[in-house]
Design a protein around this ligand. Structure first.
Ligand code: ASC
Length: 573
């Protein structure tokens, strides 16, 4: 990616030497400070050949990849050059231990950064793996404000698998309508749904069918929409680090003629398994190993297609380039169409196949509390919303973390958020009127250091015979993925179907249609943290909850995080 070059230009590394002693040998390792300078602005782009405004970082979307080593400090000076909208950038998968003010969530950890202002994010990347960053302000992510974070294992440490080189892949979906138009439709009566995206992008490149459109609007020969190409040397094994930043779509990803061995998920090692296609949900990352073991006389298609919703989006394409073929030489074959969009069983099978790698298993403690979260689509005062236990969440004007630190009780609803629903009388298979649904800014207060089980329960939407897939993402923590099941979660037999032997830890997990997903986490990071559906439209419509724990321990709010709501009273002149 061109952005990677920009990153290096903007990097100043200060070396801090640490002595690491391994089997009697002391090696000198360096914990670096990466000081990055980013300017965020709208740019006219033709990412899928169709001209549209995109939000770029230093002119690029996806933005620059952050390369770092475990233990390094990242400082990002983000200048908001958007002119007419605020900004907040979230470092997805980075737990922000001790740095909750840098989580980059508008309404939670900070006020959005105003046009012309610069916000300085500072945090430690404390765990090797593949992560991402993206806007966490309104529906800004879908305009292209995202990128990859690659964290290498510490000097002198080896990954539990071998590979020659690596490639980074950012998957996203792309709309031709603006996020303003979409957000307006979603929050109006009548409700206007955003529909399916026009294109799927691989590293910010897609191909829209420009037939019947003037070349000034849509031009298939524009080099900006030439497919991304990933070069491999025959016989070698490569690590592909893949992140899904989609606004809506669940995806399948595959490389024509090549199997993939899944080895990492959300920064945690997976017991390796081989697959022809990888299902990946918005907010997830995976590393797969691919060996260039096919005929080297041609290139191969890399494809991604929509699953889980009836697609009307063409498949996304890129090229696996076998050296020494020309890197943009199109493969001679037709691209593989990918699995059927409605093969839900295959998706559930992959979810169940993901286990912690032997040697890297962390045993979950017993839970002290169980919270059940029913996911429903509702009407509230005629508006279409998504609700959790019949509460559709609204973020307060004043960020939660500042309100909690300052003990401002009038900022958000102090009624405890509901820890369950009336499961004996709720039929998850039918359309429910949910007449008692409300909106609220209430939170879950968890005892600091306690262990909590969360059961996500899916249900029918407001359309008959329809239940959707929701990728749920937790900020500030990884959680153990304990299990997935069909139908209504059995409260009597609680954890009968859990995988307590080798549960992987992740930060994002799918909730499958008409099913449940169980996870466990330790509330050991002081602050208040979002747990939400990673579909941007669903987040906007209230599909989120807040987990608070030990927030009194956080440091005083920095001035840079203020400027909105009640925080104005704290600002120095
Ligand atoms: O939030 C959503 O709204 C639509 C549909 O339910 C009503 O148009 C849809 O598919 C969503 O995911």
């Amino acid at each position: 990616m061109a952005g990677e070059i920009l990153f290096f230009k903007g990097t100043k590394s200060h070396l801090i030497f640490l002595a690491i002693c391994l089997v009697g040998t002391c090696l000198l390792a360096e914990a670096k400070v990466h000081n990055l300078t980013w300017e965020v602005s709208y740019q006219s782009k033709s990412l899928d050949c169709y001209k549209k405004l995109a939000i770029a970082i230093n002119g690029e979307t996806p933005g620059p990849t952050i390369f770092a080593t475990e233990g390094d400090t990242i400082i990002v000076n983000v200048k908001n050059n958007l002119l007419m909208e605020n900004l907040a950038i979230h470092w997805h998968g980075i737990r922000q231990i001790g740095t909750p003010w840098s989580d980059g969530t508008d309404g939670v950890s900070q006020c959005g950064t105003m046009p012309g202002d610069t916000f300085v994010y500072q945090f430690v990347v404390d765990k090797a793996g593949t992560y991402m960053y993206h806007s966490h302000y309104g529906m800004q992510r879908e305009s292209g404000l995202y990128g990859l974070i690659k964290v290498a294992v510490p000097f002198g440490t080896k990954e539990p698998f071998a590979y020659y080189r690596e490639h980074g892949i950012v998957l996203s979906d792309w709309y031709h309508s603006s996020s303003y138009e979409q957000a307006t439709g979603l929050t109006s009566i009548p409700y206007v749904w955003i529909g399916e995206p026009q294109s799927l992008l691989i590293n910010g490149r897609g191909k829209y069918d420009c037939a019947n459109l003037s070349a000034s609007v849509c031009n298939e020969t524009n080099s900006e929409c030439a497919p991304a190409s990933f070069t491999v040397v025959p016989g070698r094994t490569y690590r592909f680090r893949i992140a899904s930043l989609t606004s809506l779509s669940a995806l399948s990803f595959q490389i024509e003629g090549h199997n993939m061995t899944v080895v990492e998920a959300d920064g945690n090692y997976v017991e390796p398994f081989v697959t022809e296609n990888l299902y990946i949900y918005s907010g997830e990352t995976y590393s797969v190993l691919v060996t260039a073991n096919q005929s080297s006389s041609s290139n191969y298609w890399i494809t991604t297609n929509v699953v889980g919703r009836e697609p009307s989006t063409p498949i996304g394409q890129a090229i696996l380039n076998y050296y020494p073929n020309r890197n943009h030489k199109p493969p001679i074959t037709t691209p593989p169409p990918g699995p059927l969009w409605n093969d839900t069983d295959a998706r559930k099978k992959q979810s169940l196949a993901i286990k912690a790698r032997q040697g890297y298993i962390q045993t979950p403690p017993r839970p002290e509390k169980v919270i059940v979260l029913l996911n429903t689509q509702n009407k509230v005062d005629g508006y279409t919303k998504w609700a959790i236990n019949n509460v559709s969440h609204t973020l307060p004007e004043t960020p939660y973390l500042i309100a909690l630190k300052k003990n401002w009780l009038d900022v958000f609803d102090q009624t405890p958020a509901p820890e369950g629903y009336d499961y004996e009388n709720y039929d998850i298979y039918s359309v429910q009127s949910n007449t008692n649904a409300t909106t609220s800014s209430s939170i879950y207060r968890l005892e600091f250091n306690s262990t909590v089980d969360v059961i996500l329960q899916n249900a029918n939407t407001m359309t008959a015979n329809n239940s959707e897939t929701h990728p749920w993402h937790l900020h500030g923590h990884d959680f153990w993925v304990l299990g997935f099941g069909d139908g209504q979660y059995d409260m009597e037999n609680a954890d009968a179907n859990y995988n307590l032997e080798k549960p992987i830890m992740k930060n994002t997990v799918p909730l499958h249609p008409y099913g449940w997903t169980a996870l466990r986490f330790q509330a050991n990071n002081p602050g208040i943290w979002l747990f939400h559906c990673h579909i941007e439209a669903h987040y906007l419509l209230g599909m989120l909850v807040m987990f608070e724990s030990g927030s009194w321990m956080v440091s005083e709010p920095p001035q840079a995080n203020m400027g909105c709501g009640k925080t104005k009273s704290l600002m120095h002149p």
